[in-house]
Each structure stands twice: as structure tokens, then as C-alpha cells.
Design a protein around this ligand. Structure first.
Ligand code: SF4
Length: 376
């Protein structure tokens, strides 16, 4: 904890805020997107926006794993869980995400489906080994942070010869999402969302390295600073972005040097490359179909691919008309723009995915900022 406290020091935060106040150009407005839900959580929890000059605006990005899972793929997971001999295993947050027709995995479990919650992907292997008469499926979601664990899981299943185990793969890749944000009409044509720079994700970057962001910095002239998840990490990254913008630079800088290198974790990358390949297209909640943005299991591990094994159908689904999650995920709206924020939709009774996980913008705002003035 001492290591963490060093990055939460109030006096240091005040000193950084004073430096930022001196360095911002009062004639500019700075619009900075934090891609990752971990940063959204830290910003809300520690009141980082309250320490920033008024002309620095933070825009929440799509980097919350449960928030970006497209509704039809969640519906397909629920249909799978309802099959008589299937046991579906997933992380806790995923169980609470509202699906179509007011369903969720938790409600499916209450109605008799065998849905289990796991803290670690490897627990699903233990369940499969202990239940040879059941078809055990791990419902895999998330960015590059969790993909290596799922790859390891599949290799272990092969090594152990677990014939009753498979994975429903919904892993996505971060660079494709950043590119879609920069190419979105709200950003490029309509000027509805302004993004002058990115606070880059740290855990994802520990795996993929900082190199994949160089393309965005060069091609789109947007600076990227990879930041840790503590409040001083975020504030220092904001200061580094302001310095780049002030001097007309657009490059990738790494604030989180204690965890990220340019090359990333080669061992994890090789593990992922052995098991997964890019899909030509993948649907994201809020962002739509994005080319080469999702992963599927390679044919060399096809026996562990739940989509092949169960011939799963992914049917179109309609979002709840009141929920603004798709617009929030794109950075177009803030949680308080949703008419049912904090009334019909709360963390105890979520209507949309952004209110479920601690990394969701609505949940973070509800927990730490409800009733406080809204940053512009
Ligand atoms: S408050 Fe609830 S319903 Fe509204 S956008 Fe957020 S998650 Fe969706």
C-alpha cells in the first residue's frame, strides 16, 4: 500500500495542479479522452477534474470491457446458458449486464440456467474437470489485458484433453477502437466531440506496448500519453499532453514507465498469436461494426470454440430506448445527459451496461460525483 499511497499524495497533487495552472494556455480549450474505464474510475473517485484548470475537459472513452459488448452477443450467451446441458462461466460484472427483453445472465440463472461466476478464467477449467457430464463454456470478454489469460486457458484445456470445455470468445483490440473514435463523424465532420489527445490505457499497454499508438499520433496528429491508474499518474499524463499540445507535438509518451515498455510483453503477445486471430469485423456496443477489432479462436484450437461447437446464432437486438450508453461510449454524451440516470437506472438496478461495472462511466459518476457540479 505504501507504493500506492505515493501516487495518491494530496500535496503532490496540489503541486501538480499548480504547475498545470501555470502551463495551460488560457486562449485554448483542451479536450482529452481517457480511453480506459480504469482511468474514468480513478478520475471520478479522486476528483481529478476538480483540480484541473477550467479549460481542460475530460471525455470518457469506450474502454470498459462489459460496456462495449454488443447486445446481440450477450443475448447469444444467455441463449447458450439456457441449453439443458450447458454450464456458462463468466466474470461477475458480466452477469448483471442488462440484455434484450429485460434479461440478464443473473436472471437466466434465477430461472434455472447453470450460470457460474468466476474470479479467474482458470476456474472454468476446474469446473469442466469436475463436471465431465456438462458442457462448460467460458464467456470471455475484454481487451488485451485479459486476452492472454484466455489464450492460456485454451492451451491448458488442450493439454488436459478437456473435451467438455469451450470458450465463447468476445475479446476486442484497443487500437481499432481508437481509430474508430478518430474516424467517427462526430469527431471528424460534425465537431460534436473534440479529442485533442488521449490518455492511453496502462494495463492494455503492458501487454501490447506503446508502439501500436504511434500510428494515431503520426497520422491523426493526436498526442497519446500512456498513464497509470493512480490519480497522480493521471494528472501527470494530463500535464504531458498539455505540454505536447502547447508545443504542437503529437507523439506517444509513456508516463507509466513502471509497467509499460514500447515493445510490451512479448511472451503474452506470442501466446495470444498462437491461439487467436483477428476477425474481419466485430460489433461493439456504441461503436458499431469495426473492421479487424475482435478476435476469434484459430482453427488449430477449433474444438474449444463455443461458436463452432454450438452453432451459435447472433440475432439483431434493440437497445433500450431510454439508455444513452452507446452515445456515452462514443464520448458524445455524459452520464447526466441520460434522463433516467440515478432514478430508474442505478448500480443496484442498472438499465444499461455503463451502470454495471466500476469502470463504466455511469457507475463511476453515480458512486463518486452524484449531485456535484458537472464539468463542462
Ligand atoms: S444512466 Fe443507465 S440507462 Fe442511462 S446511459 Fe447510463 S447506463 Fe444507460
Amino acid at each position: 500500500m505504501r507504493y500506492l499511497h505515493g501516487f495518491r499524495e494530496g500535496a503532490a497533487a496540489t503541486a501538480l495542479a499548480e504547475l498545470l495552472a501555470e502551463e495551460v494556455d488560457p486562449s485554448r480549450e483542451y479536450h482529452l479522452m481517457e480511453f480506459c474505464g480504469g482511468h474514468t474510475h480513478a478520475i471520478s473517485r479522486y476528483g481529478v477534474e476538480d483540480l484541473l484548470p477550467a479549460n481542460i475537459h475530460l471525455v470518457h472513452g469506450p474502454g470498459c470491457p462489459v460496456c462495449v459488448l454488443a447486445l446481440p452477443r450477450l443475448d447469444a450467451a444467455i441463449s447458450l446458458a439456457r441449453r439443458p446441458n450447458v454450464t456458462l462461466v463468466s466474470y461477475g460484472d458480466m452477469l448483471r449486464v442488462p440484455a434484450s427483453r429485460r434479461l440478464s445472465l443473473l436472471k437466466a440463472r434465477a430461472a434455472g440456467a447453470d450460470v457460474r461466476m468466476a474470479y479467474s478464467a482458470l476456474e472454468s477449467l476446474e469446473i469442466a474437470a469436475a463436471s465431465p457430464d456438462r458442457d462448460v463454456v467460458f464467456f470471455a470478454i475484454g481487451f488485451e489485458t485479459t486476452t492472454p489469460a484466455t489464450a492460456h486457458l485454451i492451451r491448458e484445456a488442450k493439454r488436459l484433453g478437456l473435451a467438455n470445455f469451450s470458450v465463447y470468445c468476445n475479446h476486442v483490440v484497443t487500437p481499432a477502437a481508437i481509430q474508430s473514435i478518430l474516424d467517427a463523424p462526430e469527431v471528424r465532420e460534425w465537431g460534436q466531440v473534440r479529442v485533442d489527445g488521449f490518455i492511453g490505457p496502462s494495463h492494455v499497454s503492458a501487454v501490447i506496448g506503446s508502439q501500436p499508438y504511434e500510428y494515431f499520433a503520426e497520422e491523426y496528429r493526436r498526442p497519446v500519453v500512456i498513464a497509470g491508474f493512480e490519480p497522480l499518474d493521471v494528472m501527470q499524463a494530463i500535464r504531458m499532453l498539455v505540454q505536447q499540445i502547447n508545443t504542437g507535438r503529437a507523439c506517444v509518451e509513456n508516463q507509466f514507465t513502471r509497467g509499460v515498455t514500447r515493445e510490451g510483453n512479448r511472451k503474452a503477445q506470442m501466446l495470444v498469436a498462437d491461439v487467436f486471430e483477428l476477425r474481419q469485423s466485430f460489433a461493439w456496443r456504441g461503436l458499431g461494426e469495426l473492421p479487424y477489432s475482435g478476435l476469434r479462436i484459430k482453427s488449430s484450437y477449433r474444438e474449444f470454440d463455443a461458436e463452432r461447437r454450438f452453432d451459435m446464432a447472433v440475432e439483431p437486438a434493440t437497445e433500450n430506448a431510454a439508455c444513452q450508453c452507446p452515445a456515452i461510449i462514443r464520448g458524445v454524451k455524459k452520464p447526466t445527459d441520460c434522463a433516467i440516470f440515478g432514478t430508474a437506472c442505478t448500480p443496484r438496478s442498472p438499465i444499461g451496461s455503463c451502470m454495471v461495472s466500476a469502470e463504466g462511466a455511469c457507475a463511476a459518476h453515480y458512486k463518486y460525483r452524484r449531485g456535484l457540479p458537472i464539468a463542462a
